[in-house]
Design a protein around this ligand. Structure first.
Ligand code: CTP
Ligand code: CA
Length: 220
């Protein structure tokens, strides 16, 4: 099997990854969510485990099986994901935030199914905590990697997120290049600049990202 040929670049490293969408309740049968298959985050978890890391994957609802050798923690909402990540990040060497976290949640989910009546419906929403920013701003922060999936102006938004959240590395892609697809085309943004990777299967892209990360972690 290929595992024998994966260089153990992350041997003994504790890696925490978020993946998939989050799901925010409106009522017992309705949610607000984001489009995310979870495949990029799951590919990173599998490849990090193959590279010798001890991997915990905090995952929103996806249709994917748990990657071999990875510990998965299932969550639904951004608040649950935030809580599970904050209890685990202190012991981590590397945090990779791949999850498509809902930026807002309904202020007051209804305990009962909402019945239709008027022609329009408004739902009050409140901001969710930014999980990646919370981890990156800790005094004992692990090496933090963010993702930025944008519909336009990728360079400016990805670099903006890297600076705003104080991240050594952001992985950017255009939603048209990766969302829901088996392959992905990404650009890595770090202190040295901009590094486009060739379009490839998400497992190949995951391996290339981890190779770049392990190099940056050695520099740090
Ligand atoms: N992220 C997070 N928690 C949130 C929102 C985002 O951990 N509440 C993480 C994502 O997992 C990703 C990075 O932050 O690694 C960027 O997410 P993105 O949605 O692209 O950026 P935002 O900062 O939420 O800005 P916006 O949605 O306005 O573009
Ligand atoms: Ca967002």
């Amino acid at each position: 099997v290929r595992a024998h040929f994966t260089p153990k670049r992350l041997l003994g490293q504790r890696v925490l990854i978020t993946a998939g969408p989050t799901s925010e309740a409106i009522d017992p049968v309705r949610v607000v969510t984001n489009l995310s298959s979870g495949r990029m985050g799951y590919a990173l978890a599998l490849e990090a485990a193959r590279a010798g890391a001890c991997v915990t994957l905090v995952s929103g609802p996806t249709a994917l099986p748990c990657p071999y050798g990875v510990e998965r923690v299932d969550v639904r909402s951004a608040a649950e994901m935030h809580a599970q990540v904050m209890t685990r990040c202190a012991g981590s060497d590397l945090f990779i935030a791949v999850a498509a976290v809902a930026d807002y949640r309904p202020v007051a989910p209804s305990a009962q199914k909402i019945k239709k009546s008027a022609d329009t419906l408004s739902i009050d929403m409140v901001r969710n905590p930014d999980i990646l920013a919370a981890v990156a701003s800790r005094p004992d922060a692990p090496f933090c990697v963010g993702f930025a999936a944008e519909s336009h102006d990728l360079d400016a938004y990805a670099q903006g997120k890297r600076v705003a959240k104080k991240l050594p590395l952001v992985v950017g892609n255009l939603v048209s290049d990766g969302l829901g697809s088996d392959d992905n085309q990404v650009v890595l943004y770090d202190d040295h600049g901009r590094h486009p990777l060739p379009r490839a299967a998400k497992t190949e892209v995951a391996r290339a990202i981890l190779e770049h990360v392990s190099r940056l972690m050695k520099e740090a």
